[in-house]
Design a protein around this ligand. Sequence first.
Ligand SMILES: Cc1cc2nc3c(=O)[nH]c(=O)nc-3n(C[C@H](O)[C@H](O)[C@H](O)COP(=O)(O)O)c2cc1C
Length: 346
Amino acid sequence: MKKLVSLLLVLVFAFLCVGCGNAAAQTTPTPVPASEKPAPAETQLPAQEPETTTEHEMEEPINEEESGSTSLVVYFSATGTTRGVAEKIASLTGADLVEIIPAQPYTDEDLNYNDRTTRATVEQNTPDVRPEIANEISLDGYTTVYLGYPIWWGQAPRIMSTFSESHDFTGITLIPFCTSGSSDIGQSDDTLAARAGSGNWLQGRRFAGNVPIDELREWINETGEINMEKTLRLFINDTEVPVDWEENESVEALVHLVAAEPVTVQMSMYGGFEQVGSLETSLPRNDVQTVTQAGDIVLYSGNQIVVFYGSNSWAYTRLGRITDVSAEELTDLLSNGDVAITLSWE
Ligand SMILES: Cc1cc2nc3c(=O)[nH]c(=O)nc-3n(C[C@H](O)[C@H](O)[C@H](O)COP(=O)(O)O)c2cc1C
């Protein structure tokens, strides 16, 4: 049955492609608006002559365009169409942008789906093949990853499996998107999620190469945004305490971090005035010299959360303040040994 479905898919696609000389000719790469985060020029695939990756390029620092954003657009694009959409998403969201660069670039001949013996088609017919990725992609500090790719024979290119299997997506929300001649995203997003085995994978979406910016904006608002009807809740051991959270990018990143599932942080008593514990990921920081008071919740050094039952003076990023809990109650909750705090978005 599966074979019959595949055969039908191939026939439909082959029919759609009659008259197309090659994949590059099938879709016209979208003119990309001037982006603050352009894809590296060396990743543009040439029509005939495959480029080689030089030693220097291999040693380039990863995610060169890092801006402190907690969102990242990661994409693979053989002929530029997905790149155009990825750049638009990055410019709409302010996300960083990084391309998955194949160690062995795909030539026009590799992408010629009219010849069933060429590389891309052979790879798609070989589920276990994992094309090597030339660049190292770091997901450190990102809580949302938009993941883009073209559809090849109804599926994500095998190099996307290489990517999915080589990262730990714990604490990250993944939002797949694809471009294609006409096929929908199908099961390709679910397959990548299954291969990854970690992360909060949202349902993906297919876009035409010339997708209007408004359509992308609407989709980003639907999927990329957190459901604001929920609230960020804080529990000290099993006791929930009300918090007046700051409106800043650190708290926003914290919400993304715990949106998929609650995060528990093991804290340690320190200095007779605070409980401190490490988050697995760093949050954006904007440290300011602060004299804290009992009930203050701050970020220290980007990745440590501190809850005060006394006072201290240091450079912190404010996250919030426990309200409606008396000083005695706070001392009782926080000064009787190490605690665990749990943050959830409910
Ligand atoms: C090997 C190969 C197989 C493809 N299979 C499909 C397909 O099954 N359905 C479809 O609609 N488009 C298919 N396409 C077209 C691409 O999905 C489409 O051109 C895509 O936008 C290219 O993105 P890119 O420029 O980012 O590589 C295929 C292209 C290639 C090269």
